[in-house]
Design a protein around this ligand. Sequence first.
Ligand SMILES: Cc1ncc(COP(=O)(O)O)c(C=O)c1O
Length: 332
Amino acid sequence: MLEAIRTAELGDDVYGEDPTVNRLEELSAKKMGKEAALLTTSGTQANLVSVLSQTKRGDEVVLEADAHLYYYEVGAFSVLGGLIPRLVRGHRGVMTPQDIQAVLRPPDIHFPPTSLICIENSHNRAGGTVWTPSQMKDVFDFAKSHKLSVHMDGARIFNAAVAQNLDVREFTRYADTLMFCLSKGLSAPIGSLAVGDRKFIDSARRYRKMLGGGMRQAGIIAAAGIIAIEKMVDRLKDDHANAKMLAKGLAKIEGISLDTSQVQTNIVAYDVTGLGINAADWVAKMNDSGVMAGVVESGRVRMVTHRGIEKEDIEYAVSVAEKIATQFNRRK
Ligand SMILES: Cc1ncc(COP(=O)(O)O)c(C=O)c1O
């Protein structure tokens, strides 16, 4: 990637003149089976321009209660788009048409009109769980029968596709628009793409400019992104195998609660309440020994496998967890 960045052919992308960015956007659109794509600075920006392009101020957006778009994006679509979230409690991140039907309200002068359903695949806070194409189709068909658009936060959509052993287009065909990240399992340093039809991308491009996301010689970002898409998808299966190995090791530890059957991709989420410790303290202790983990909520922890994490690192992480758990189990 560094070599590709060093030798990238560059131009001014605000004028659509960076050939490397154009190549990345064409490649992304083709991979996803859509007309066009737009490079953005981050997944958060790609989600925001996607949502803004499909709504108007005062609209309601249906989302799963733990969606990244709602939980971790600073309320951007409400603050900047004047949009109202309508939350649905999903099943490990997945919503059914019945769940959505239950929160949809009929057209009425008292209610904000609903215009968009957002789904997340794989679902971060649910622990990297996957929406299958058939689950997506159910929601997509429901959306169309109610004249609603569907946006997919597919930050890790390639993880979902690899986990299901399917082409990514089997998923994207059930979303009007989507975003995916180059900078997660695909291992590029920066960047995400919004993807959809040309009219949507024209609008998203204006919003990107408005948000200060119009970059000049962005080919240095796109060059790494092209490698991410062309060469880094197949290796996601290694991350998934490592995540399974980590999950199995952690699940054996007394006081840790973890359902290994729910570890479907590269995220391992588990509960440490049984150790009499909260997630923040657990994470701090893991970090002290060089193992990175994050807090999902008070007793729940998240770990992620990625390029550069090998089997020996997983063994080390499990041994650190065992040591910490032993200290807390002794105190009980
Ligand atoms: C599901 C999901 N969507 C969106 C994002 C936002 O991506 P970024 O950190 O590039 O803004 C993330 C980041 O972790 C994510 O997990």
